[in-house]
Design a protein around this ligand. Structure first.
Ligand code: MN
Length: 338
């Protein structure tokens, strides 16, 4: 068996997979049991020559409840898998990975997701490795099969012709460097006070320890809450990056408008490439393990977003074999829970 995979990286955030059978898994959100099942299935399929690469579409981190949240163990295990399988382990950026790149917090209702993972990162001593990993993650993956993948789906900014290349070339480093530079021309002590005043006058020191596991004023990351605030105030962060990773697709835009954004995204992903016919993404809770939207979007729920969880599915498809319709992907759906 000599068949392998071909992965190209034409843009930092848009990669191309042109050969090999891919196994796709979405949104595990700190669920170690699900992660272990999918990882072991990939290892078995790979050994049997039935899968060449594993695509994790993001949101490996942040459980709904802090108890039993094994987010960091999953991410560290992905790093180990990378050591064994190299670039055959493809990890797309989700909206739950992104806040850790910028040092911003993410919450839903009473649940503040980010502090536990920041603390675990500091305790592990492997913060730099994880930061480098998150920083490298693409947003989009397209294939010769005409199937593209992303974390959440299409979003309205894609119809503005200036935006696709901005997104495909997005640099977290440039934005953070700009924020650092901005900080050097500001009165940082006053900014810290301003930050505290926006957070119930809790001292900046306490906030930095809580949100980012910063050890104190001597920590090189001491100003990172300010840096994240500045970076996330950059117009394209809010207008472009945020919708791309957080889109709620047809639930947000309605089916008619979503179809337009979906077509626009698939068209942009097809430029100078094989025509992209279908998008695979996760991010949204559904009944069962998958759902087809607008005949071009396969929403896959591998555990967290599946209802019930054990209805979660993975997808296997040949990235070199053009699909005729999205229904073709149905043959590649599988379960690790049966
Ligand atoms: Mn998500």
């Amino acid at each position: 068996m000599t068949e392998t995979f071909i992965l190209l990286k034409p843009y930092p955030r848009l990669w191309s997979l042109e050969a090999g059978v891919a196994m796709v898994v979405t949104d595990l959100h700190g669920d170690w049991d699900a992660y272990r099942r999918y990882r072991d299935r990939f290892v078995d399929l790979h050994a049997a020559g039935r899968a060449n690469c594993l695509i994790l579409t993001g949101d490996l981190v942040h459980a709904e409840k802090p108890e039993g949240d094994r987010s960091l163990e999953i991410v560290l295990d992905v790093l180990d898998l990378r050591a064994s399988y190299g670039s055959a382990i493809i990890y797309l950026c989700g909206n739950h990975e992104m806040p850790h790149i910028y040092g911003i917090s993410l919450a839903k209702g009473d649940r503040v997701y980010t502090p536990d993972f920041e603390k675990a990162l500091s305790d592990s001593g492997r913060r730099d490795e994880v930061a480098a990993l998150f920083n490298s993650l693409p947003f989009y993956l397209r294939t010769q099969a005409g199937v593209s993948l992303t974390h959440a789906g299409a979003a309205s900014p894609i119809v503005n012709p200036a935006n696709p290349l901005k997104l495909f070339n997005w640099s977290h480093q440039d934005l953070l460097a700009w924020a650092d530079k901005t900080l050097t021309s500001e009165d940082v002590a006053a900014l810290r006070e301003g930050y505290a005043s926006q957070h119930h006058n809790i001292p900046y020191n306490t906030l930095a320890a809580y949100f980012l596991a910063v050890s104190g004023p001597d920590d090189p990351r001491y100003n990172h809450l300010l840096r994240g605030f500045i970076a996330s105030s950059y117009p394209d962060f809010e207008r472009l990056l945020w919708p791309a990773l957080f889109t709620r697709c047809e639930k947000q835009y309605g089916l008619t408008d979503y179809s337009i954004f979906l077509d626009a995204l698939l068209k942009e992903l097809s430029v100078d490439y094989f025509p992209q016919q279908a998008l695979v993404a996760g991010h949204i809770t559904l009944k069962g393990g998958h759902l087809i939207i607008a005949n071009r979007h396969l929403r896959l729920a591998s555990a967290h977003h599946a209802t019930p969880r054990k209805a979660g599915q993975y997808l296997l498809f040949d990235t070199a074999q053009p699909i005729q319709s999205i229904e073709d992907l149905g043959n590649g759906l599988g379960s690790v829970f049966k």
